[in-house]
Design a binder for this molecule. Structure first.
Ligand code: NDP
Length: 248
């Protein structure tokens, strides 16, 4: 299958974890992928691996998605170097967990600036080019925590709930231009982000997942590529939970 030959996909947070797997899945089906992450080493390594192993190609861009002006520059650069952009995946995200009583303002701001304002910055920067592209898609990686909340994650819950509201409003604004915008709400997925959790927390979370295990980055990438495909053209403004049944 080669659903993305001649398509350009921008994947933020594509240097590691879920974003890296999303980038691989697009490249496996022929896409040209722009991998965006904070550190040059992370996105360059991910791009090298794709260029060595997949029929598509990847280019690395070290940009902080929370930096409005830097994202505007990024959009210009990608348009120049890669021609068009068909797919934008807002996957870059961070956690700074702690109970609200002790949460520092900086922890609130970092999470909101990356997870929510980051998506505002990229959608603003790429919307014009998307409107002109074939099968234009925006896919936002939210979280089940944005749907159900979690003690110790007020900042993260607010950022992901905000991202879900943003997704629906963007879907309505851009529907007339045939740009679809959907969100995926992953449950607990095995990446660096969840590796940090203490084993006791992991065991307690697994007890709440009907399918009985953490998901894999491929489980998210499979839904992203479906939403990005031509077959998903009539789906917009939706939130799809991929969580082993955790929030049914
Ligand atoms: P990781 O921590 O493994 O990777 C995060 C990626 O995002 C890295 O490539 C990182 O860059 C990049 N990134 C972080 N901040 C910025 C920024 N300001 N600008 C540009 N890039 C940035 O995370 P996951 O793969 O686990 O998570 C990916 C997304 O999925 C996140 O939005 C997360 O909230 C969401 N999610 C994850 C779940 C999970 O269980 N893992 C569950 C639900 C949602 P660098 O490599 O340079 O550090």
């Amino acid at each position: 299958m080669s659903r993305f030959a001649n398509k350009v996909a921008v994947v933020t947070g594509g240097g590691r974890g879920i974003g890296q797997e999303i980038a691989r899945s697009f490249a496996a089906e022929g896409a040209k992928v722009a991998i965006v992450s904070r550190s040059a080493s992370s996105c360059e390594k991910a791009a090298d691996e794709i260029n060595a192993n997949f029929p598509g190609s990847a280019t690395a861009f070290a940009v902080d998605v929370a930096d409005h002006d830097a994202v505007q520059e990024l959009a210009k650069k990608i348009a120049e170097e890669m021609g068009s952009v068909n797919i934008l995946v807002n996957n870059a995200g961070v956690t700074r967990d702690g109970l609200l009583m002790r949460m520092k303002e900086e922890d609130w701001d970092t999470v909101l600036d990356t997870n929510l304002k980051g998506a505002f910055n990229t959608v603003k920067a790429f919307m014009r080019v998307l409107m002109k592209a074939e099968d234009p898609r925006i896919i936002n990686i939210a979280s089940v925590i944005g749907l159900i909340g979690n003690a110790g994650q007020t900042n993260y819950s607010a950022s992901k709930a905000g991202l879900i509201g943003f997704t629906k409003a963007v879907a309505r604004e851009l529907a007339g231009r045939r740009v679809t915008c959907n969100a995926i709400a992953p449950g607990f997925i095995t990446t660096d982000m969840t590796d940090e959790l203490p084993q006791t927390v992991k065991d307690s979370v697994i007890g709440k997942i009907p399918l009985g295990n953490f998901g894999h980055p491929q489980d998210i990438a499979a839904v992203v590529t479906f939403l990005a495909s031509a077959e998903a053209r009539y789906i917009t403004g939706q939130v799809i939970s991929v969580d082993g049944g955790m929030t049914m």
